[in-house]
Design a protein. Sequence first.
Length: 273
Amino acid sequence: MMTPQDEPSATRVAIGNNKGGAKKSTHTVRLAEALAKLGHRVGVVDADPQGNASRRLGWKDNPSNPPLTTSEAIEANAEGVASQVWQPIGWSAEYADRITLMPARYTLENRVSEAGQVGAYRRLAKALKGADRHLDYVLIDCQPSLGHLTQMALAAAHHAVGSTEPEHDSVEGAVRYRDFVATAADDLANPDLTFLGMIVGGYDMRVGGHVGQLNGLRQIFGEEGIWGVIPRRSLITNADEFAQSLSEISDSAEVRAAFENLAQRFVKEIPAR
Ligand SMILES: Nc1ncnc2c1ncn2[C@@H]1O[C@H](COP(=O)(O)OP(=O)(O)O)[C@@H](O)[C@H]1O
Ligand SMILES: [Mg+2]
């Protein structure tokens, strides 16, 4: 069987944590933004039925004429069908046209009951096959569970990257995600899948355990395994809240620099294929 490693495709990275609130969607969106600013063409696959990344990228659902989403891409069970699903994001920033989206809405939850069908875990890989060659990177925003939707993401990905807050339960969720990637890779017919690094977000040294948890993260994932530490800033919450690009927000230089440094590290660790 062809694995994602054998196919001409974008470099696909599944961003996860077995906990909600671990900044997965923020890091997916802002990393996509910073990569696009660097000139890369980025696909964002929303693999969470909450659809938070889709909304934050300014995507708008249209109940009277519903756009295709990750749910339909998976349901189709057809090679390359993702090429019909990619759609523009809603931001007006000049780099926004280098980001393309496979959006999600709550209906993605309906795909979970199909998990028992033969080969169901490969359906996202199938959908993307040949449909992301025009992109440099595809970032997959995973849901907090390690269940079927995340397994589909991992079966399609070349690499996994963790996202966490520097807080106890979130660090444990990151460790479960990393260990799951290691043990599930073979079972997902994706033996070369590798867990590579961590993005830490919402760091505030004034918050009780943050300093200690960040030290702990450096021990657990290694100094080299921590690719970026994004400070806690209400500006980030606001940008997500109002579905804005950072270019639209004044006084965002520090935050933009933090995500641009992260993107540079990301590109260094994961060169585009
Ligand atoms: N560095 C940060 N500083 C402040 N708020 C942040 C930061 N990063 C993310 N957030 C906010 O934290 C909340 C949870 O993040 P989110 O990306 O939704 O987590 P997840 O996708 O893992 O559930 C969101 O409201 C988001 O805007
Ligand atoms: Mg999320």
